[in-house]
Design a protein around this ligand. Structure first.
Ligand code: AMP
Length: 226
């Protein structure tokens, strides 16, 4: 399957993407993670992207599209992929349409995670990531690690992203509204979008997502399971 996960910062895209990709045995590709790897390695691309990321802005399209094109060309995406954080504007969506058309493939679904902005700020301010594996995500209130400051999975140090400070989060929300929300309309016109609520427990949102892409079941009470 080839899936896009769209939603404002703090909607839980990273958390859900890891679980969905594992459930479906497809690659999880996050442009944010790819940039953070470049930043850690001190590459020129990483330094360029970091200037934008720190300010809560989007990295330049030519850089971002180049990164994703290279990633999608790797053989491990042949079974499918879940894109988390790309495309984030119409130019990127059109570039992705072109990349897929060139490889004679197409998207199966676009999942749009919906969440009130007040909840976004609350979630992001408390978010902590593992330095060893950024797919291990915690929260100071909602998902506390057993040992404060340490990852439950691998013991890595937990840290706060420098773009998770409140002022930067508000800027990122503004960018989402003006640049990324139109991407949902772009895919709505292709009949690919299902909007689901990002509120509730991680498993509840995952169940909704699986139902939305036809991989889960809804029981008689209306609840869903995978
Ligand atoms: P994320 O981890 O998805 O929240 O991304 C963190 C930051 O990386 C974003 O706020 C942007 O500055 C940058 N970024 C990630 N994906 C993209 C993209 N598709 N286009 C431009 N910038 C991006």
């Amino acid at each position: 399957m080839r899936i896009l996960l769209i939603g404002p910062p703090g909607a839980g895209k990273g958390t859900q993407a890891v679980r969905l990709a594992a459930h479906l045995s497809i690659q999880h590709i996050s442009t944010g993670d790819l940039f953070r790897e470049h930043i850690d390695q001190g590459t020129e691309l990483g330094q360029n992207a970091h200037t934008h990321i720190r300010a809560g802005l989007l990295a330049p399209d030519e850089v971002t599209i180049g990164v994703i094109k290279e990633r999608l060309a790797r053989p491990d995406t042949e079974r499918g992929f879940l894109l988390d954080g790309f495309p984030r504007n119409l130019a990127q969506a059109e570039a992705l349409d072109g990349i897929l058309a060139d490889s004679k493939s197409r998207l199966d679904a676009v999942l749009d995670l919906e969440i009130p902005e007040a909840e976004v700020v609350r979630r992001i301010a408390g978010r902590r990531l593992c330095r060893r594996d950024r797919e291990h995500i915690f929260h100071v209130d909602y998902s506390q690690p057993e040992v404060a400051g340490a990852c439950d999975v691998c013991g890595g140090e937990l840290y706060q992203r420098d773009d998770d400070r409140e002022a930067t989060v508000r800027k990122r929300l503004e960018v989402y509204r003006s640049e990324t929300a139109p991407v949902v309309d772009h895919y709505q016109a292709q009949g690919l979008v299902t909007t689901i609520s990002a509120l509730g427990q991680v498993q509840e949102v995952l169940d909704r997502a699986l139902v939305a892409i036809g991989q889960g079941q809804v029981d008689a009470s209306g609840a869903s399971s995978c």
